[in-house]
Design a protein around this ligand. Structure first.
Ligand code: GLU
Length: 481
C-alpha cells in the first residue's frame, strides 16, 4: 500500500479554533496510525489578512498538544518551503500550463479577486482572441487568471465520510486561481501543494465539501490524480433554548488558547475533541492518551453527523485528568493560578496542593478557592452562631479560647494531630466535634465554603498564622460585648 501522507494546512487567523485543532488531530492520527507522514503547511496567500504572530500560535498549539509533524515551516523538509507565500513562483508555472491548455484564461476585468459573487463572475474575457489578450498584456493591463470550468456535465467524487458528492458543472464558477498581485488563491495553491508534497489523504472541514468537486475538475485539468477526501462534520454548540447551532463564542471558549487559559489541560482537550465525531471500536473506551488514539484511530469510524461540543463533559474529563496528575505535575500546572492570589509563602505548600488537586475541575477555579489563604478577611462574625452546627456566639468564644490554648502546645502541626486536638477540645467543652470544626474553620478562613476542613486549612497555614487568625477572630468576638 502507498504510504499515507496527510497535512494540516491552516490559514494563520490569529487563533486556533477547536474545529481546526480537531482537523489537525484527525490528520495527524490518520498518518500516525498508518505509519504515514504528517505535514504542516501554512496557507498565507491572503496577504491583506496578514496577522503578525499568527503562525506562532499554530506552531505553539501543535507543540503543546504534541501533534508533531514530519515537515513544516520551522523544521523544513524535502518539499519546502512550507509557507505558501514563499512558493509564489511555483504556482505560476502551473497556471501557465492551464492557460496553455485552455483550462484557464486571463481576466482583465477590474472587478477582480477572490470573492466571486454567488451568481458567478460574468465577463467576456473567456472568449478574448489571442491577439486581444496579447495586446492587453503588452499594455500591462492588470489581470487575474481564472479557471475555465466546463459548463455541462456533472462532477462526482467520493468522500470517505459523506459518500459520493455530485455537483452540476453549470453551478461552478470560473474562480480566480492567480490574483492580480501574483499570489495564488487558496483554491489553486492548495491543489498544487498537495500534489507536489505527495499528499494522499486530505482531511478538512465540511465547508469544503462542495468546492472540492471544482478542485477535482482542476486536478483533472492538470492531469493529476485526486487525493482521498475526508470532510469533517461541523461542530455545534447548544444554545440556551436547547437548540443547536454552529459552535461560536456565545457557547463558550472556542479557541485552544482560551480553553487552556480557562484551565483545561491540553491532553484533556485533545482527548475530548478526538471523540467529537469519532469513537474507538470499543465504545466503552473514553480516556485515551495521544498514544492510545494513534493506536485506536480508524478514520472509517468518523461520524457524518454534526458533533455537539459539551462543555460539561469536557469539564468532567478535565477533572479526571487533573486528578491523575502526579502531585508535582499538578503543582507546576497550578502554579500560575496560585500565584495570581498568593503573594507569600505558605507553611505547607504541598498540603495545599494535596487539598486542591481532587477538588478542581478547571485550573481557573483555583484563585477563588484559595484566596482566603492569602489573608483573613473580615467576615460576618454572626456566622459563627449556627443552629445546625449547634454553635452560639457564646460557645464560639469558649471554643476559640480553649482551642488556642491547646493548639499552642501542638508541635507536629499536621492534619491528623490537629484533628485529634480539636476532638480533645470537644470533649473538654462537652460539645460536638462538628461545632468545634465549624467555629475553627470559619475563624481561620472567613469563608463558609472552603477547600478542605478546619484542620487541613490550618496545616496549610502553619502554626503561627493559624493562631494569629484564631486570636484575631476571638478579638473581634470579644469586642462585640
Ligand atoms: N487553509 C484552509 C483553512 O484553513 C485549509 C483547508 C484545507 O485543509 O484544504 O480552512
Amino acid at each position: 500500500m502507498k504510504k499515507i501522507v496527510t497535512r494540516f494546512a491552516p490559514s494563520p487567523t490569529g487563533y486556533m479554533h477547536i474545529g481546526n485543532l480537531r482537523t489537525a488531530l484527525y490528520s495527524y492520527l490518520l498518518a500516525r496510525h498508518n505509519n504515514g507522514k504528517f505535514i504542516l503547511r501554512i496557507e498565507d496567500t491572503d496577504r491583506k489578512r496578514f496577522i503578525p504572530g499568527a503562525e506562532d500560535i499554530i506552531l505553539n498549539t501543535l507543540k503543546t498538544t504534541k501533534l508533531n509533524y514530519d515537515e513544516g515551516p520551522d523544521i523544513g523538509g524535502p518539499n519546502g518551503p512550507y509557507r505558501q507565500s514563499e512558493r509564489k513562483d511555483i504556482y505560476l508555472e502551473y497556471a501557465q500550463q492551464l492557460l496553455d491548455t485552455q483550462k484557464a484564461y486571463y481576466c482583465f476585468c477590474d472587478k477582480d479577486e477572490e470573492n466571486d459573487s454567488p451568481e458567478g463572475h460574468k465577463c467576456d474575457c473567456a472568449t478574448l482572441s489571442p491577439a486581444e489578450i496579447k495586446a492587453k498584456l503588452e499594455a500591462k493591463t492588470p489581470y487575474v487568471i481564472r479557471q475555465r470550468v466546463p459548463k455541462e456535465g456533472v462532477t462526482t467524487y467520493h468522500d470517505h465520510i459523506f459518500g459520493d458528492i455530485s455537483i452540476e458543472n453549470s453551478t461552478m464558477q470560473d474562480i480566480v486561481l492567480i490574483k492580480s498581485d501574483g499570489y495564488p488563491t487558496y483554491n489553486f495553491a492548495h491543489i498544487i501543494d498537495d500534489h507536489l508534497m505527495g499528499v494522499t489523504h486530505v482531511v478538512r472541514g465540511s465547508e469544503y465539501l462542495t468546492s472540492t468537486a471544482q478542485y477535482v475538475v482542476l486536478h483533472e485539468a492538470l492531469g493529476w490524480e485526486t487525493p482521498e477526501y475526508y470532510h469533517l462534520p461541523l461542530i455545534m454548540g447548544r444554545n440556551a433554548d436547547g437548540e443547536v447551532s454552529k459552535l461560536s463564542k456565545r457557547h463558550g471558549s472556542v479557541s485552544f488558547a482560551d480553553l487552556v487559559e480557562n484551565g483545561y489541560l491540553p491532553e484533556a482537550i485533545i482527548n475530548y475533541i478526538a471523540l467529537l465525531g469519532w469513537h474507538p471500536k470499543d465504545d466503552e473506551l473514553e480516556f485515551l492518551t495521544l498514544e492510545d488514539l494513534v493506536r485506536e484511530f480508524d478514520a472509517d469510524d468518523i461520524r457524518k453527523s454534526a458533533a455537539i461540543f459539551d462543555y460539561d463533559k469536557l469539564k468532567w474529563m478535565n477533572e479526571k485528568y487533573i486528578a491523575n496528575l502526579s502531585l508535582e505535575e499538578f503543582g507546576s500546572r497550578a502554579k500560575p493560578y496560585i500565584d495570581q492570589v498568593l503573594t507569600h509563602n505558605l507553611a505547607d505548600y504541598e498540603a495545599l496542593l494535596r487539598l486542591l488537586q481532587p477538588r478542581v475541575q478547571i485550573l481557573s477555579e483555583i484563585p477563588e478557592k484559595i484566596k482566603f489563604f492569602e489573608a483573613l478577611e473580615d467576615f460576618d462574625i454572626n456566622l459563627l452562631a449556627n443552629d445546625k452546627k449547634k454553635t452560639t456566639l457564646e460557645n464560639a468564644r469558649e471554643i476559640l479560647k480553649k482551642s488556642i490554648d491547646i493548639l499552642n502546645k501542638v508541635e507536629a502541626w499536621k492534619n491528623e494531630a490537629l484533628f485529634s486536638t480539636l476532638n480533645e477540645v470537644a470533649t473538654a467543652l462537652g460539645l460536638k466535634p462538628m461545632s468545634i470544626m465549624w467555629v475553627i474553620r470559619l475563624a481561620v478562613s472567613g469563608n463558609l465554603v472552603t477547600v478542605g476542613g478546619a484542620t487541613e486549612i490550618m496545616e496549610v497555614l502553619g502554626k503561627d498564622e493559624s493562631l494569629t487568625r484564631l486570636n484575631s477572630t476571638l478579638d473581634r468576638l470579644q469586642k462585640m460585648q
